[in-house]
Structures are given as structure tokens and as C-alpha cells.
Design a protein around this ligand. Structure first.
Ligand code: AMP
Ligand code: MG
Length: 508
């Protein structure tokens, strides 16, 4: 089957295309169309055969019911019975919009559409193209998300084409959707009504209209043994191909923990993706880093989530690490989808952060022109199990000198260079618990400890690696003395590498 792709403009809907699309659905065919939440895969909701085709095209388990989309409130009467009184008030507030309500179904709705249930899920979308299509299709369009079952829901027509091209008759393409997450599902058959799936319409918003609503406890709980009440919520839906881990903590901890885990995964030759935000993106340097939106505007995160997961899929990443987001407003829905995409794999950032004691190593020599820069550069070449920022500093640096020429000659003969180095003075910026300061000799160490408050992570290099080698300053001596100095430093840096690597747990 060839899938026709028709570009559409929301503000100037081409009614001829709509009529053709409506005919396809009336004839029992499938048309994908935009809604404000995600793209839907439309079929005649009152036709058992059309439901079968929908399940086949998506590869969806047939016990997972479809949502029936309507365009007018009065259409509800034909498909639902025992409609509670307060339904009108809810519809008044939230329809058309991203809210699905569940009612007892009427005879008109085939079991194919409801996945064998005696209830029917109904929504009235606000998207103008969706609305016109529903009217042109006879008023009742079943529409699950227009993706292959198990993949992230489509928020662009390109996503639909990726998954369903060749399996459906037509795709109406109006570009990016507005919300990006599936509708809130509210079960109206229980008292109080229960949210089965969180979405853009939140519990607070519903409570303002009808008082108390309850929430299906399985929505966020990884631990719950119970089956979710919306059959679709039990599947590892919305899932990217890569292993996704959600990292939870305060922002600083999340960034540090993700950096650590990404570094370790890359050491294991994994291709790694990071879900970062506008506020944190600058703090990452390794891996494929994506800005999912702004923490100040959770809606931007909702809108980008599925597209970002799909991009990671097409880039073939093995692992994805995601920051977590505030559980306010649409944040609940975002975290619910992320959790499902992650198969409930969550880690506490603080636990990860605690596993790395030092994040920066600063080598301190007298003038920062020979021993310190050598040590730093040799250390930078090592395979380290954790990530460190590596610097060198001098106790007496009067101006930004380049490295000593003999030091450079010795480094060159070892295939290294200090040509990019400029001497910098030691300062209080180098004092912190997670900065390991390693001096060349005792005098420097003692000076730092007495001069700076809180200087707890300060050792001589030899002392730290439990060796008694002295690293004499070769200044003014012959080239071979510089060579000997290089050898000693190299040996101590090997020990340092082993020590830091054996302290690093490396397992996350
Ligand atoms: P989708 O159309 O892909 O957003 O999926 C529809 C969601 O609505 C799935 O999670 C279904 O399990 C849920 N759903 C549809 N009809 C019912 C129903 N009658 N009772 C409970 N959940 C439903
Ligand atoms: Mg879906």
C-alpha cells in the first residue's frame, strides 16, 4: 500500500483533502491525523473490521482499547450509556481538549474498538484538522497514537511515516503538535472519577470543576503489584531502543551524577545520550547531549520528549541518562512517560555523586613551569575510570610564563607537549573537598595548609601514592636531570592512576 502524505494548514484547512480522508475512513481505511496531543491513527470507531486493521498496522495487542474521538458533545449519547450528570460540566471546561473520559459503552460500539471491555473511552480533540476529519468521517473516529506499538508516540508527521508508511492509506501533515503527550484519561464509571493516565489536564484542574478525583496508584509506582486500570498503561510503551535511566536529585547532583555515569559508560565504549535542559546543558561535555526544553516552562519539555527519544533511536545510542523534572502541572505526565520509557529505571543522584570523591586534580609546583605542568599532562593521558578536571598551579607565579624549554624537550621525546601551557598562580579557587591538590614537596603542602582555611584534600604527590620518592626541582640543571625528573613523575603518576582507579567503584 502506498501511503499518501498530505500537507495541511491548521489555519486554512483544505476541505477537499478532508473529504477524501473522510471517505477513506468511512470505507474502512486508516488515516493518520494531527491532534493537539499527538498524531492519531484514525479509523471508523463503529466498524469492528477497521479496529482490527488499526491493531495490525500498529502491531498493538488487541486487549488495548482505542479512544473514540468525537467532534460534538451530543455525539456522546450514541456511544455511551449511564453518562454521569457532571460529565457536562467537565466537557464544558475541558472539551474540546486533551481529556479522555471513560463511560459504559452502548451497543453501537463494537468490542473490537474497546479491546473487549464494556466501557468506552471518548475524547473531543481541539485541533481543527482533527475536528473536520471526524465530521467528514461520520462523527466517530477511533484513534490510538499513530506509532508502532512500543515506540514513542508521534509528535510530527515524519514520526508517523517512519513507523506506518506502507501500512495506512493517508497521513495528514500539519507539522508539530501542540502538547506532545497523550490525553489525560479520566474514568467516569467510578466514584470519585479516577485519573488512569496523567496528561495536560491535571488533577488540580479537574478538582476545581468537580471536587475530588482519585488517581490510579499504579501510575507512578514502580513497586505496585497491581495491574493499571487503563490496559495500555501496563506495556513498556513509549520506549526508546536504548536503556534509559532517570536520575533524581537536586539539579547540581543530577548533573554531577549524569556526568559520572556518562563518563563510565563511555569508558565501556557505549554510545551515550543525555537528556538535559536549557538550564543545565552547558554543564555537560561528553556524549550526545540534547536540550529537551526549559525547567521554567515544563510545557516545552512535554512537547519535545518523544521527538528527543526518537532522535536517540535514530542515532543508535546504547544508553540514555535523563534529568528528572518537577511533578507540578504537566510535570506529572512528563515523569509518568519518562518512567515508562525507562521501564521504571531510576537512580538517586546523591548515591552516585557520593561514589566520586575528587572531581578535579591540581598539581602544584613552585613556578608552574616544569614539574607541575609535566605531572598534569602525563596524568591527562591516563585511562581513568572517573572524570577529573586536571590543572597545574604554581606557588610563585608573577606573570603567565610558558613551560620551561628543557621540560618541553623532555616531554617531546616522550611524545607529549606543554606548548599550550601557561603558568598560573595557586589560589583559593583550588581549595574544596572534592579538589585533590598534589604538591611536589612538603614546603608547598604546608604553606597551603596554613594559608588556606578548609584545605583538607592537600597532599604531596608522593605521600598520596604512599611512596617516598622526592621530586627535586631540576631548574638550572642539565637536560638529563629534567629527564630523571620526568621519569620519577611518570612513575608516581602511574601509582596515582592506580590509586584513583581502584577507589572508583565504576559500577553504577
Ligand atoms: P492511545 O490511544 O495510544 O493513547 O492509547 C489509549 C489508552 O487509553 C490506552 O492506555 C488504553 O488502555 C486506554 N483506554 C482506552 N479505552 C479504555 C477503557 N475503556 N478503559 C480503560 N482504559 C482505556
Ligand atoms: Mg499510544
Amino acid at each position: 500500500m502506498k501511503t499518501l502524505i498530505e500537507k495541511m494548514n491548521k489555519n486554512n484547512v483544505d476541505m477537499q483533502v478532508i473529504q477524501r480522508a473522510g471517505e477513506i475512513i468511512k470505507q474502512g481505511g486508516l488515516v493518520a491525523f494531527p491532534t493537539e496531543t499527538v498524531y492519531g491513527l484514525g479509523a471508523n470507531a463503529l466498524d469492528e473490521e477497521a479496529a482490527k486493521k488499526t491493531y495490525a498496522a500498529k502491531g498493538r495487542p488487541s486487549d488495548n482499547p482505542l479512544i473514540v474521538h468525537i467532534a460534538e458533545y451530543r455525539a456522546l449519547e450514541k456511544i455511551a450509556v449511564d453518562i454521569p450528570e457532571r460529565t457536562a460540566a467537565i466537557a464544558e471546561h475541558f472539551w474540546p481538549g486533551p481529556l479522555t473520559m471513560i463511560f459504559k459503552k452502548s451497543e453501537a460500539v463494537p468490542y473490537g474498538t474497546t479491546g473487549g471491555l464494556d466501557t468506552v473511552a471518548v475524547r473531543m480533540p481541539s485541533d481543527t484538522i482533527a475536528r473536520e476529519l471526524i465530521l467528514a468521517s461520520g462523527g466517530y473516529v477511533s484513534a490510538p497514537s499513530a506509532n508502532t506499538s512500543g515506540r514513542p508516540s508521534p509528535t510530527l508527521a515524519e514520526h508517523v511515516a517512519e513507523d506506518l508508511s506502507g501500512r495506512i492509506e493517508m497521513i495528514l501533515d500539519s507539522g508539530s503538535v501542540e502538547i506532545g503527550l497523550e490525553s489525560t484519561i479520566l474514568d467516569m464509571t467510578v466514584e470519585p472519577p479516577m485519573i488512569l493516565r496523567p496528561g495536560a489536564i491535571t488533577a488540580d484542574m479537574l478538582e476545581e470543576v468537580i471536587g475530588m478525583v482519585s488517581i490510579d496508584e499504579t501510575i507512578l509506582g514502580a513497586e505496585s503489584e497491581k495491574a493499571p486500570k487503563a490496559p495500555g498503561m501496563k506495556y513498556r510503551h513509549y520506549a526508546p531502543k536504548a536503556k534509559l535511566t532517570i536520575v533524581e536529585g537536586n539539579i547540581r547532583e543530577e548533573v554531577l551524577a549524569i556526568r559520572q555515569m556518562v563518563y563510565a559508560a563511555m569508558n565501556d565504549k557505549k554510545k551515550v545520550g543525555i537528556i538535559a535542559t536549557k538550564e543545565t546543558i552547558a554543564y555537560y561535555s561528553n556524549g550526545i547531549i540534547k536540550n529537551i526544553g526549559s525547567r521554567e516552562d515544563e510545557k516545552s519539555i512535554a512537547k519535545n520528549l518523544y521527538a528527543v527519544l526518537r532522535e536517540f533511536d535514530s542515532e543508535g545510542v546504547d544508553e540514555i541518562y535523563s534529568e528528572s523534572f518537577a511533578m507540578k502541572g504537566i510535570g506529572n505526565a512528563i515523569m509518568n512517560r519518562l518512567e515508562k520509557a525507562a521501564g521504571h529505571l531510576r537512580v538517586a543522584a546523591a548515591d552516585i555523586v557520593r561514589r566520586q570523591k575528587y572531581r578535579r586534580v591540581v598539581f602544584v609546583s613552585q613556578t608552574d613551569t616544569c614539574r607541575g605542568p609535566m605531572a598534569a599532562e602525563i596524568f591527562r593521558q591516563k585511562r581513568l575510570r572517573q572524570e577529573y578536571v586536571v590543572d597545574s598551579r604554581g606557588m610563585v607565579v608573577l606573570f603567565p610564563e610558558p613551560a620551561n624549554q628543557k621540560a618541553e624537550a623532555v616531554m617531546r621525546s616522550a611524545g607529549l607537549t606543554l606548548s599550550a601551557h601557561t603558568a598560573m598562580p595557586f589560589s583559593e579557587k583550588e581549595i574544596a573537598e572534592d579538589i585533590l591538590v598534589l604538591t611536589m614537596d612538603e614546603t608547598q603542602k604546608n604553606k597551603i595548609i596554613t594559608e588556606y582555611e578548609g584545605a583538607v584534600s592537600v597532599y604531596t604527590l608522593s605521600e598520596f601514592v604512599e611512596d617516598d620518592t622526592e621530586i627535586l626541582d631540576p631548574y638550572g640543571m642539565a637536560l638529563n636531570n629534567y629527564g630523571e625528573c620526568f621519569e620519577k613523575i611518570s612513575m608516581l603518576i602511574n601509582k596515582l592512576t592506580d590509586k584513583l582507579n581502584s577507589c572508583a567503584e565504576g559500577e553504577y
